[in-house]
Design a protein around this ligand. Structure first.
Ligand SMILES: Cc1ncc(COP(=O)(O)O)c(C=O)c1O
Length: 386
């Protein structure tokens, strides 16, 4: 039998992918995924953009590793930064390219706890040593952050400052500034992952942490949550010298991301109706967020503790009395899928508290109502922790 590498063996598989077969059953309701609602995909705009592809036959040819020039220019103009941009196959690939370009086995990466499990997987695969800092409602705990930076030779700090997956937290302006200056003080590079940034339901956008940083910073963007995830178009913005190794790794990895998708995406975001699409998307998701929060507040306030996030896709609920893994299993028996919080801590760390992640973007209001009633049954069946 062909031996699997140590790296792969020690990497935790994704819980959501593992339960995919179960969540795809027709009678199952899933609060587990991080999926946009497919009913809200901008299909009219996409159809028009797809039709226009035939006018540019060369788009079906091999292309540049950096990505389509017009899309890269649009992204740089949008942000007006003195930086360069590399188009990636989803922002997930940007994480992988950064890890493969900059991490040697044993290098230390600092992450918020909890953190996006797809990033934890990437750092595991790179055989990094993962350190954590507590994610508070307004950003990471600064004392703990400084302690980590001062005492360990941290190479990269990975964070999702806008509506974090899974906690929904959005960093305050003061914490954004404080983190940027701490990273500069200790010469630690930042990976700012921002796929939810445009899904803001209230309040004003805050500057990105990478913009406030004077030391090395990567800013990762995605079109998965605002256009469609299936097109797999994302990007990473950074100083040109920081991107150069990523381009080399991407050459070896997939040569370049699919050009027709990049062109379709550009035509989509430039379309005059795209703003209308974004308004519809955020209005629908805001209503669903409020609806789920109200249901949880009315029916489960003695069993769950949560804040209503200002954006993103998730309500992160702490469980003062229940074990999250047992609850997730009981929930599956009641035909509702949720993600236990344990999944968002690195594999060798015990979670600081019990919690579950609930997605509110993929189900309609009547479905959310059903899902909460099933979750309530699961909670009643699940014995409280001693
Ligand atoms: C925090 C975070 N980063 C990255 C990704 C990957 O997104 P993409 O579809 O752009 O690869 C996700 C997907 O859910 C995410 O939640």
């Amino acid at each position: 039998m062909l031996a699997v590498s140590k790296r792969v063996k020690q990497t935790k598989p994704s819980y959501i992918r593992n339960i995919l077969k179960v969540t795809q059953q027709a009678d199952m309701l899933s609060l587990a995924g991080g999926l946009p609602d497919a009913e809200l995909f901008p299909l009219d705009i996409l159809t028009q953009a797809a039709d226009e592809l035939a006018q540019s036959p060369s788009i079906f040819q091999y292309g540049a590793t950096e990505g389509l020039t017009e899309l890269r220019q649009w992204l740089l103009e949008e942000n007006g930064a003195a930086e360069d941009v590399l188009i990636t196959t989803g922002s997930q690939q940007a994480l992988d390219l950064i890890a493969r370009s900059y991490l040697n086995p044993g290098d230390k990466v600092l992450c918020e706890a909890p953190s996006y499990l797809g990033a934890l997987q990437v750092f595991d695969l790179a055989e990094a040593e993962i350190h954590t800092v507590i994610a508070e409602a307004d950003g990471p705990n600064l004392a703990q952050l400084e302690q980590q930076l001062a005492n360990y030779k941290i190479k990269l700090f990975y964070a999702v400052p806008d509506f974090q997956n899974p906690s929904g937290h959005c960093w305050s302006l003061s914490k954004r500034k404080a983190v940027a200056s701490l990273l500069a003080k200790y010469n630690v590079a930042l990976i700012e992952d921002a796929p939810y940034r445009q899904l803001r339901y209230q309040g004003e956008p805050l500057p990105t942490v990478s913009k406030l940083s004077s030391y090395a910073a990567f800013h990762l963007g995605s079109f998965s949550k605002i256009a469609t995830p299936g097109m797999r178009v994302g990007y990473v913005r950074a100083k040109q010298a920081l991107l150069a190794p990523l381009i080399k790794v991407k050459q070896a990895s997939d040569l370049h991301s699919a050009q027709p998708m990049q062109l379709m995406l550009l035509a989509t975001v430039r379309h005059p109706s795209f703003t209308e699409h974004l308004d519809k998307l955020t209005n629908t998701y805001r209503t669903r967020r409020d609806y789920l929060a109200e249901l949880l507040q009315q029916q489960l306030s003695d069993k769950l503790e949560f804040n209503v996030p200002q954006g993103g896709m998730f309500i992160w609920a702490r469980l003062p009395h229940h074990n999250a893994m047992s609850l997730a299993e009981a929930a599956l028996r009641q035909k509702v899928a949720i993600v236990p919080g344990d999944e968002f801590w690195p594999s060798n760390h015990t979670p600081d508290y019990q919690a579950i992640r609930l997605n509110f973007t993929a189900l309609t209001e009547p479905q959310l109502e059903q899902a909460v009633s099933r979750l309530k049954k699961a909670l009643l069946q699940c014995s409280p922790m001693k």
